[in-house]
Design a protein around this ligand. Sequence first.
Ligand code: FES
Ligand SMILES: [Fe+2]
Length: 394
Amino acid sequence: MAPSRATAFESPPRLTRSSLEAVLASSDSARSLPRAAFVDPLGYRLDAACFFERAWLAAAHEGDVEVPGAWSRHMNPARRDLTVVRCADLELALVSSTCRHRGAPLVEGERGCAARLELVCPYHGWTYDLDGTLRRAPGLADGVDRDALGLHAGVVAKRGPIVFAATRTPEAAPTPVLPPWLERAELDVLRRVFTAMHVVAANWKLLVGNFQEAHHFPHVHPALEARTPFAASSSVTPDHGHWLGGVMELAPGLETVSGTGRREGRRWIAAPEDRGRVHDAWIAPNLLTSLQPDYLLTYRLEPEAPDRTRVVFAIDVHAGAPEAEIADGVADLVAFWSNVNAEDRAICEAQQRGLAAAPNDHEAGPRASSEDGLDAFERLVARAYLDVLGRDDA
Ligand code: FES
Ligand SMILES: [Fe+2]
């Protein structure tokens, strides 16, 4: 008998409690996150509930919102229209860019600058101050409470060049929590010298997982392996959930990670005790940072779909070094990291394709002992998912 329509195709993989509990098993028998965490739309909805609705998010780079009227729109699974705006008084504000009248978008694209220092809806002309206050609403009755029709979306906090946003001040962390090496670094004197945006065809957690281990350096990044060998890396895995880190020693004789291995005129930004090595950190939920002795890399992750993530990459250096003196060195940095980033994008996209194509009975494998940073991240994800699924079951 021919199979019925219902049995002719396998149903998509589903997240199960047992597959998540396997992630939390003792280290000898623990498994990686199940493939459903990366391809099942339920996993994506859980990401919103567990990570993107709760905490401070990396929402913008200060370099995008330097002048009054400049705005940068942040995308994520939970809150898709958070926009950081530089107001006329030079303060930063967080607004929703969806018109309070009938929902037309007030801005289009990722970033821009509001003409005449106001946000004007293209549909019926409702006009807002840059801080989100409703200023004009043609035809609206006098008695309507305009104060209740603003765009205010939450609070912002700047740490170095990164603008964090939250819809309300999170009780657990009144300000974004950074690892100690970033607290000690000269983040407030940084100047962005390069930025690029890529859409990566992979789940955002694959990008974080890739960032959490140097196990892949010898296979994927020969040039990076030569400068920060995998064998001289270690993880920093506090259990507070605000960040996870990794430390990589520089190969002998190198000052920094670049094509030349020299600072080429750039000033130190890491504290003296932090030089001679690279400090990476995932700042939950959506910022990857890599503190080099003399520059900072940031990758802001903006998940767009279960299998698609927008990544905004930036290189910041000490603003005190004259631009003309460091131009060649910056070009060398851009070339070096463009290659490394392309290598990571390619392997993460290949992993996403592999997970999507795997049979539904595919079981996640065990992690190597050197993947302790990945282990910490995946345990955090599994615990958060189980917490939400458990509460839903109750
Ligand atoms: S939808 Fe914005 S003014 Fe009507
Ligand atoms: Fe990598």
